[in-house]
Ligand binder design. Sequence first.
Ligand code: CA
Length: 242
Amino acid sequence: MAETILIVEDELDLAATLEYRLGKDGYDTVTAATGAEALAALQAEPRPDLVLLDLMLPDMSGMDICRQIRREEATANLPVIMVTARAEEIDRVVGFEVGADDYVCKPFSVRELVLRVKAQLRRGRSGGPNRTPSVAFGRLKVNSEAHRAWVDGEERPLTALEFKLLETFLARRGRVQSRERLLDDVWGITADVTTRTVDTHVKRLRQKLGPAGQYIETLRGVGYRFCDEPPARDTPADAGAP
Ligand code: CA
């Protein structure tokens, strides 16, 4: 069955162009011209497999729609590519913060956008069947399906990107991860971000994980490594200890 792309875009010409190009590539499309329509389309059948999200909509901000997508369990893992006329760095940072998976600025090449759509859908598929529902590691517990993480039994809310970063670390614990490798695997090679972004997100992830943040080691000049085993004193029996 064809994958369905939800196009959230109030510029009707652009929406029509995207519908046409994605249709040619074999995708089904649903278009929403307002935030309210977008929220309705997220609940309707066919459920979208990916969202192209314009930031400036007549009734609400794309950022709020993205937050809502991440909050709902049914859509928490839905790939979101933000599309915006505003190219400022701050938007990109906030975009990733609220859980966007990728980001393009208008004017963009439609061909490039289609490539990004394909990359996101491929990543979603490869992440699907192999996912383990729940992993416990020292003071940390992660549920990939529900997209949630806990430290000492207390939930730590993570953005989609931080969660992906944590999953990638956990899946390759004990192995050195270069910034470039993380960029490829977590952001996707097409994302317009630099290795400095990796550092920023690792730092934030560490802060959010609190005591479990120490599991992520920095290897100066090389990258990062998630420890192979939790430190001996750091077993779940310690949970709750001051
Ligand atoms: Ca707009």
